[in-house]
Design a protein around this ligand. Sequence first.
Ligand code: SF4
Length: 560
Amino acid sequence: MAERDVLETDVLVVGGGPAGLAAAIRFKDLLDAHNAKAGSKLEASVMVVEKAAEFGAHNLSGAVLDPVSLQELCPDFDAKNAPVSTRVTGDRVYFLTENRSFRLPIVPPPLQNHGNRIISLNQLVKWLAGEAEKRGIDLLAGFPGAEVLYEGDRVVGVRTGDKGIDKHGNKKGNFEAGVDLRAKITILAEGARGSLTKSLVPRLGLDKGRHPQVYSIGIKELWEVPKGTLPRGEVIHTAGFPLEEDTFGGGFIYGFTDTLVSIGLVVGLDYKDPLLDPHGLFQRMKQHPLVKPLLEKGTMVRYGARTIGEGGWYSIPRPYADGVMLIGEAAGYLNPARLKGVHLALKTGMQAAETALEALLADDTSAAKLKAFDDRVRSSYVKDELWKTRNFHAAFKNGLWFALPQLGLQEITGGHGLEDPLEPSAGYAEMQTLARYWGGGLGKDSFERPKADGKLTFDRLTDVYNSGTKHDEDQPAHLHVADPNICETRCKEEFGNPCERFCPAAVYEMVPKGDDPKQERLQINFSNCVHCKTCDVMDPYQIITWVTPEGGGGPRYDDL
Ligand code: SF4
C-alpha cells in the first residue's frame, strides 16, 4: 500500500470554481468577523483543492452574470476591479430557420438582462482566487479530488489523485501518492457532473425521491473581431436552427468587449437522434446569415465545452449529509430558463460557508446540523428563482412547439403550468436507436458535417488545440469504459457509436481492428479531453466513467 501524507483542515472545499471560492471567502470573512468580536475565538482553517494547474483554467461559461450575489460576497467588487465591467446594453432574441432570422418583438422575461454583466468565468474565477489568497486561504491547484473518504456514512475528507503512474499502471520515478485531506466538513463544488458527487449521491441515497439530473452541452468559442462588429454589451440569443424541433437548446452571441465576441451553442443531452453531433451543429450555426457576418472578418482565439445541469429544482439531490454539503452546479443550482448558474453558485457557496461556521462553533457537523444549509437555500432567492422554473426543461420533452405554450402557462402560474411536477427521464434514455429514429433508411454517413474551412468552421482537433488542452500522455486513460466489447458490437449496430459525435474533442474513435474492414475497436485519445463530462452523461449504455486524470492536466480556458 502506498504511504500517504495526511493533511487536516476544518473545512475542505473540493473544486475551485465560483461556488467553491465563494464558500472559502465567505467562511474566512465570517470567521474573522466572529473572532474580532469579544468572547470566544475559533481557530479554523479552510482549504480549496482544484484539479486544474491554475485556478480558473477549467472554468468556462457563456456568460451573463446577475451580479446580485457577487454584490453580497464582495460589496466593493467594482472598486476592486472584478472583471465584470461589461454591462449589458441590449437584448435580442431570434428564431432561426436555415436561411432566415425572425427577431422576437419582445424579449421573454427570463432572458431580459438589464443590469447584468457579460463576463468570462475564467477571469472571474482567477479574480476570486486572488481575493481568497489575500485572505490567507490555502489554495491547492493541480490536486484533483479522486476519492471521497468515509467513516461509515460520514464524509471525513477526500483523497487526491496519485501522480507519476505510467500508462500501464506502473509507478514512475516521480511517483507521489495522493494525499488524504481530512476535514470536519467537506464541501463538494466540482461543477456539473462532478465525479465525486456522482458516486456520493447514490451511496448516501441523496437522490431519493428526486428527478434525475438532465444536462446540456455548451460549446463556446471566443472570437477577436474588428471594432464595431458587435457593440460591447450586446446580448443575442437564438432558438431554432441548427437544432431540430425535437432537440432542446439554442445559441448565444455576446459582445464581451469592443473586439471580443463570445459565441456558443447549447444542446440538450436528452436528444433523440443518435447521429446528432453538437460540435458539427455549432459549426453550422456559425454559417447562418445572421451569424456569419459577425465572425467572417475575425479570428477564433479560444474554444471550450462543458456540460450544464439543466434539470432545475426537482433534480437537486438532498445537498447535505454527515460531514458534507453540495453546492453550485455540483448539486444542480442553475436556472435553466435564465441560462444562469454563476450567481447561484456564489450564493450557495456563501450559504454553505455560513452553515459551516455555525456547525464548527457548535462542534456539530452532523447532517442534522448541516441541514441548515438547505434551509438557507429554501428561504432565499435561490429557491424563489428555481421554484418558478421547476418544470422548464421537462416542458421540452415533446419538442419545441409543445413546449412553448407550456412555458407561457408556467410563466403566469409561477412555474406550475399544466402539470406539476413534469417528470423528465434521464437524458441518455431518450436517445433512440438508428433503426427507430432513422427507420433503417439512413445510415451512419447520412449526417453531413460542414467541411471545416479553418476560418469560420473548424474540425474537432483544431478546436482542441485552441482549448489549450494538455495531458501527460504516459498515464492511464481517465475515461473508463466498463465493457469495450459493447462498443464494437451492440453500440455500433444499435446507435452507430454516438461517442464519436457527442464528444466535442475527438476523444472517441472507432478504428480498424485487424485486417477485416468490418471489424472496429474503440480507441480513446484521452489526452484531447476537455473535461466536459458529456460522455459520462450521454453514453446510451452508461458504461463510460470519467475519473480525474493526473492533477494539472486538461484545458486552459483563458478568457472563456
Ligand atoms: Fe468531454 Fe468525455 Fe470527450 Fe472528455 S472524453 S471531452 S469528458 S465527451
